[in-house]
Ligand binder design. Structure first.
Ligand code: ZN
Length: 538
């Protein structure tokens, strides 16, 4: 049973791996085909060894069933979207809420479950399990493991050079071996969780305080919009061919074109964006530290996180936070058409009622300044078409399916570009609201996406590739700033300098420091060289 299952999963359950390898120039010709066959043999041996260890009388059927039920959806997602299964992807999957999961369900998944899992399960559960004494069973199992390892090593030895270069140049292939990838990711995730210190978070920037305000200036109002899955190249502000920024392009905004993200997924990027450490230190160090929002709050400002997505990944745990849709109140009903019956809202819903939300915050803090964070649904895929209201779709026809690979690439791009154009509208509306606040505050808007997206380039879709292997599209994000005249004056910002820096290299590392400076908070932790506007402060 263990060996038939290993053969089934190794050869059929890993079809995306064999398909990918067969299409790679490195594996062309008879020599490449031979190597793929040897590699498949090694995979079967590894799986055979692992499954042999599971082959105990009462455990063998449930455990092999679990392997089959894990492999079938993995094959669907890897084969359809080119995603890679590692601990970050597993975190994403576990943190994703039900609404988002529903977008991913498709008939292709059902077909994979039926053919790759249900079919062999029917066979598996009809088999007789022979009863053996435990030491005999152990002996047979260990013999099978040794045999598998010897055969596997023999196969590896037959093509050592090819194997070494493949493991070096195409690391991503090893992460495609199912279900070993998911099992390994689970172990890695558990280890990471174990390394994070328990208890209250380590304090950050304990010296943070509000700087005295410049004469004639008003309290700061910083609106930080955390975008979702928006990639820089699809912004017409950044040179994209289609008019995806019709509203922002008429406003005095600054759009920076060379901005890189900290991670390639929400779960990886968001905590990193709100940390003072910057990507290089943050990714290597499992920390439990205070975030930007803790520092702002300690300095005395009013802070609010509004979420229209799968939560703030821990960064807003100790500050006021709310879902975009608060239960409809009689005095503040949501405008019609912004939220569906399933509880999912378009991003405009977050702008509704902002005045009332500020009025509900501590008035003493509000008088010192406000930092509002809006966490968008943005361009969350693969169901891009669900991110835009029907009357806000300038690019048609659009792909109306989650199975992106079944749509013509132009329709996928149209659906995605509609979501970018909708974000353009939401940001322009937000700037409109900020303009109305100029009597009370010196407002500014910062918009940056958490990561980019692959839209079929090299047969990759979605995001979440390991950072070192991820294509540029997943790491290259838009960054848009709008600074009111009052903010520019109070912050001594040089407009020509801000404009001239549109192609200066920037990254998520700057978010923490830019928000600190725009909200007037001083601390030793602040780094002017990372601050997006730091170089233009006179
Ligand atoms: Zn995201």
């Amino acid at each position: 049973m263990a060996w038939y299952t290993a053969l089934w999963i190794g050869l059929l359950g890993n079809w995306p791996l064999w398909h990918r390898m067969a299409g790679m120039p490195d594996f062309a010709g008879w020599r490449g085909t031979l190597f793929i066959a040897v590699f498949a043999g090694i995979v079967v041996m590894v799986l055979g060894a692992v499954f042999s260890l599971l082959a105990w009388r009462t455990a063998v059927k449930p455990l092999l069933s679990l392997m089959l039920l894990m492999t079938a959806p993995l094959a669907y997602f890897i084969g359809s979207y080119g995603v890679v299964i590692d601990s970050t992807m597993l975190t994403n999957a576990l943190q994703t809420d039900l609404r988002e999961t529903r977008d991913l369900l498709a008939w292709g998944l059902v077909a994979h479950l039926l053919l790759l899992a249900v079919l062999p399960l029917v066979w598996l559960w009809r088999q007789q399990v022979t009863d053996k004494a435990w030491f005999k069973r152990l002996g047979w199992n260990l013999l099978a493991v040794v045999l598998a390892l010897v055969l596997g090593m023999g196969l590896a030895a037959s093509r050592t050079a090819d194997l070494a270069s493949t493991l070096r140049n195409h690391k991503v292939l090893t992460k495609m071996v199912s279900p070993v990838n998911a099992m390994w990711a689970g172990v890695a995730l558990a280890a990471q969780k174990h390394l994070v210190p328990k208890g209250p978070p380590e304090r950050v920037a304990t010296d943070a305080h509000l700087a005295p305000r410049a004469a004639g200036s008003k309290p700061p109002l910083v609106l930080l919009v955390v975008g979702e899955t928006a990639r820089s190249d699809n912004f017409s502000l950044n040179g994209y061919g289609k008019p995806t920024n019709p509203e922002l392009s008429r406003l005095p905004v600054l759009s920076y074109r060379e901005v890189s993200s900290c991670g390639t997924s929400t779960a990886a990027s968001v905590p990193c964006m709100f940390s003072h450490l910057g990507r290089e230190v943050f990714v290597d160090k499992p920390t439990h530290q205070e975030t930007l929002l803790d520092v702002l709050q300690r300095a005395g400002l009013a802070v609010l996180w509004l979420d229209n997505q799968s939560g703030c990944k821990g960064v807003c745990d100790r500050v006021p936070n709310a879902q975009a849709i608060h239960p409809a109140r009689a005095d503040h009903p949501l405008p019609a058409g912004l939220c569906g019956a399933d509880g999912e809202c378009f991003d405009e819903a977050m702008l509704h009622d902002l005045d009332a939300r500020i009025a509900a915050l501590d008035p003493q803090r509000v008088a010192r300044g406000v930092v509002l964070v809006l966490h968008q649904m943005g361009s969350h895929g693969p169901a891009y078409y669900k991110r835009t209201p029907e009357d806000r779709k300038p690019f048609l026809p659009e792909c109306r399916s989650s199975a992106l690979q079944q749509c013509p690439v132009e329709e996928v791009r149209n659906g995605y570009d509609n979501s970018i154009a909708y974000t353009d509208h939401v940001l322009a509306d937000a700037i409109g609201w900020l303009t109305q606040q100029e009597g009370r505050f010196d407002p500014s808007l910062l918009y940056v996406s958490d990561h980019g997206e692959s839209l079929g380039e090299n047969n990759l879709f979605l995001h979440g590739m390991p950072y070192a292997l991820a294509p540029r599209e997943q790491k290259h994000v838009p960054l848009v700033l709008w600074l009111s005249p009052g903010t520019r004056a109070a912050q001594h910002l040089d407009g020509d300098c801000l404009t001239a820096r549109r192609d200066a290299p920037m990254s998520h590392d700057g978010l923490f420091h830019t928000v600190l400076s725009l909200s007037g908070v001083q601390t030793q932790v602040y780094r002017r060289d990372w601050d997006w506007v730091g170089a233009c402060r006179r």
